[in-house]
Design a protein around this ligand. Structure first.
Ligand SMILES: Nc1ncnc2c1ncn2[C@@H]1O[C@H](COP(=O)(O)OP(=O)(O)OP(=O)(O)O)[C@@H](O)[C@H]1O
Length: 242
């Protein structure tokens, strides 16, 4: 499935934070959304998941518009926030059951997927525990299990790498690769540029709410010929240019 953001203008008030942003995340593609603090990454993501309403422009998944058909659109999306959102009074098992209910998933089939993910992230013996009391990284893993056990075709991941231990980062990257191979589109915002450079198929560089450049590393290098070869060099050059 293809996520298409076209001419998105939006933000929190009449003054737009995101200014005419357009890009696509195609089937089997991992796109990294990159930019300085305050560039507008989370705001763009908040529009994509339907938390904010665009002032202008449209967001679609395979032509299904968030504005015109929000229920069908949202069924296709799984979102993993930077700050885990968990319920104090629910156990890990109950969190997973809640997601299954919300997405109307087949319980037998989904529990099989969930068990595999719980084992991967070393949470399989914690089903009766309360995730609200977990460590930050463990809470992030709960969000990952919840998202990846769904049948979503578009994954939106806000800064997944900060807070996860190196083993979990490795396992998450393997999971993203597997998800891509199954035809999903993955959009990830991150400041961890060396990992983004290694794993993302395409980069969208946001600056002051505008797309400065996008594409594979070769395209970025063409757009910033005086920068060095790495994504980090290109990013630093973009930041200096202001
Ligand atoms: N809830 C909000 N209400 C009003 N303004 C906001 C809100 N959240 C963010 N902003 C403003 O929108 C702009 C873009 O912020 P955003 O959070 O999208 O940046 P970001 O690229 O995700 O940054 P970071 O890398 O720090 O997470 C900033 O100027 C910020 O002050």
């Amino acid at each position: 499935m293809t996520l298409t953001i076209s001419h998105l203008v939006g933000g929190y008030s009449q003054v737009p934070v995101v200014k005419d942003v357009s890009f696509e995340v195609g089937d089997g593609e991992l796109v990294a959304l990159i930019g300085l603090n305050g560039a507008g990454k989370s705001t763009t993501i908040n529009h994509i998941i339907g938390l904010l309403t665009p002032q202008h422009g449209d967001i679609t998944i395979d032509g299904i518009s968030l504005l015109a058909n929000p229920t069908v659109y949202k069924e296709k999306i799984a979102y993993i926030p930077e700050q885990p959102i968990l319920y104090d009074e629910l156990t890990l098992k109950e969190h997973l059951e809640l997601t299954m209910m919300a997405y109307q998933l087949d319980e037998n089939k989904t529990w099989k997927k969930a068990q595999r993910l719980l084992k991967l992230f070393r949470l399989d013996n914690k089903l009766d525990w309360f995730p609200a009391n977990f460590s930050k990284g463990m809470k992030q893993k709960v969000m990952l299990v919840n998202a990846f056990m769904t049948e979503a075709k578009v994954f939106i991941i806000d800064e997944p790498f900060i807070g996860l231990d190196p083993v979990a980062v490795h396992d998450l990257l393997a999971l993203i690769t597997e998800t891509k191979l199954n035809g999903a589109a993955v959009l990830m915002s991150t400041h961890v540029l060396d990992t983004a450079e290694k794993f993302a198929d395409k980069f969208v560089l946001l600056h002051n709410g505008e797309v400065k450049t996008m594409g594979g590393l070769a395209t970025l290098k063409q757009d910033f010929p005086d920068a060095g070869d790495s994504l980090n060099d290109i990013y630093l050059t973009l930041a200096k240019e202001g």
